[in-house]
Write a protein that binds this ligand. Sequence first.
Ligand code: HEC
Length: 134
Amino acid sequence: MSKHAITIMAGVIVALAAVLAFRGLAGRPPAEGPEIVMPRLSPEQIAGREAFQTYCVECHGERAGGTDSGPPLIHPFYRPGHHDDQTFYAAVSTGVRAHHWTFGDMPPVENITVDEVTAIIAFIRTVQRANDIY
Ligand code: HEC
């Protein structure tokens, strides 16, 4: 085999490895969610975003795009028909046993009011809709 052919083959192998590595990364939930579309928010939804930043962002990430400690909530799993608003109130007050992902359990969220949870749900639902999650 000529030196030239070996160089081409090495190039092909490197390119394939790069494609596989990229696909591996793309399959994981994003650490941040910069690609999540952020719609215009009403005053209640802005209050919800602020409460989300206080109580949920550590695990569910900026724009609810997920982190290494928790899943994205802007995700088809959490559309209203699959996880209705009641599951949000329950998740916050009693926590969640790991079942959809491998991040571990979600602990109950302390010192949060029902109104804050209501506003967080309003915020999450509007961001879901802006990202075609119904
Ligand atoms: C310490 C990390 C952590 C914090 C803080 C946290 N969560 Fe979670 N949450 C998780 C993890 C992990 C899961 C995924 C459990 C699974 O299904 O595997 C989860 C799942 C959920 C679910 C899905 C519930 C279900 O029934 O499947 C909802 C809704 C949710 N979180 C809302 C919130 C809201 C709202 C806040 C803030 C008020 C919050 N979380 C704060 C870690 C966290």
